[in-house]
Design a protein around this ligand. Structure first.
Ligand SMILES: *Cc1c(COP(=O)(O)O)cnc(C)c1O
Length: 385
């Protein structure tokens, strides 16, 4: 380990001396004076050194890695050329649109390491398209799909040594798009910044892969008709923290939200979609404007149909949820998470979980594809080497 580290340092010093620059890497955001090119060789050798991480206890936490990608644009302009920067704090006007008025979007994508060492990204184009649609709703220009996917690939390659070994988790990529220019009156910012962060992660919930205990919230709403529930905007998350922390303090894993008009139909959890299973039928709430169209949700629908289940996208009354055989959640961060119990108005119902559950069957297929173990019939994986 120590030898490895010394070798890495030497490579870095040598390659800085050689000084050829393929990747543009700047030290310090917004600081042209401090610009310092780091050569492609140093980036490559840097990326080979094993990261000093306890792969067994990753959890879902922000972990500093080596590089982040940054790309900027002015209001009328297009995003032009972005670059990798050493990971670190960013400089932002205190009047930035994102800080004052929440003009921002987030995304979440995972990169996996295959047994043969190759790196795979799972459907990054879908996240790119979703960010474009969200940007339109939030009055922001956005990177093209190609720019987005390129930026994500560059971020993975530069942080290659942080991609966990096969089966130990994944490298979570967090693209952000924000109004970074200063504003005072409510209006779109005049300058926008796109950033891609990378952090190695494993399980999202603190109890690992234990079934979730969800609480059906009927006081606070997550989204409303014609609002922004279908957009991955940063402004949707702080508003649910109150309901979430209250439920967590009472021992629940998370909160399941109901539709705001009738308080009768289930919608989703703060960061994942929900499915119910009854016999051979699998149902999930239809995309109606208040629900985030999850990439994992779409994959699970297709896998379930492929496995011979009858899949329905429609309104699901909370009473039907309480009567289901099985319930599970889907999301990039969460994966396919089995729900062990639901509590609604002082009534707690338990559901089938474990290796025999439909959820486990669908999860095995999805994870198998994502890790390059099962055939990727639909071409969902993107090779990054
Ligand atoms: C991100 C997110 C999901 C899951 O989407 P994926 O594309 O599967 O990661 C579901 N619901 C909400 C509210 C989300 O923010």
């Amino acid at each position: 380990m120590l030898n490895g580290r010394r070798l890495c340092l030497r490579n870095l010093v040598e390659s800085v001396r050689v000084g050829s620059s393929l990747f543009k890497v700047r030290r310090g955001y917004n600081s042209v004076a401090a610009a310092q090119a780091v050569s492609s060789q140093s980036l490559a050798s840097d990326a080979e050194c094993a990261a000093d991480v306890d792969w067994e206890n990753l959890g879902f936490n922000p972990r500093p890695t080596d590089y982040m990608y940054i790309m900027k644009c002015a209001k009328e302009g297009n995003f032009e050329e972005g670059q990798l920067n050493p990971y670190g704090n960013i400089e932002l006007s205190p009047y930035a649109g994102v800080l004052n008025y929440g003009q921002g979007l987030l995304e979440g994508i995972k990169a996996y390491r295959k047994e043969d060492g190759r790196l795979l990204l799972f459907r990054p184009d879908q996240n790119a398209i979703r960010m474009k649609m969200g940007a339109e709703r939030m009055c922001m220009p956005s990177p093209s799909v190609d720019q987005f996917v390129h930026a994500v690939k560059q971020t993975v390659l530069a942080n290659k040594r942080w991609v966990p070994p096969p089966g130990k988790g994944s490298l979570y990529l967090r693209p952000l798009l924000m109004g970074s220019g200063p504003v005072l009156g409510v209006a779109p910012a005049q300058e926008f910044t796109f950033i891609v962060l990378a952090s190695p992660v494993s399980n999202y919930f603190k109890d690992g892969y234990a079934p979730l205990n969800l609480y059906v919230e009927d006081e606070f709403d997550r989204a409303s008709p014609r609002g922004t529930g279908s957009v991955k905007t940063i402004s949707n998350y702080a508003t649910v923290m109150k309901a979430q922390s209250r439920a967590k303090n009472r021992g629940f894993s998370d909160v399941l939200y109901l539709d705001s008009q009738n308080k009768r139909y289930i919608e989703e959890v703060a960061a994942c979609n929900i499915f119910i299973v009854k016999g051979n039928m699998i149902a999930t709430p239809a995309i109606n404007g208040t629900i985030l169209a999850g990439v994992t949700r779409r994959c699970i629908i297709e896998i379930a149909q492929d496995h011979g289940y009858h899949v329905e996208e429609r309104s699901i009354p909370v009473d039907e949820l309480m009567d289901a055989d099985e319930v599970f959640c889907t999301g990039t961060a969460v994966g396919v998470a089995s729900v062990g119990s639901i509590t609604y108005r002082n009534k707690r119902v338990e559901f089938r979980t474990g290796a025999q559950a439909v959820c486990a069957e669908l999860n095995t297929t999805l994870v198998g594809i994502q890790r390059g173990i099962l055939e990727d019939k639909n071409g969902w994986n993107v090779d990054i080497d």
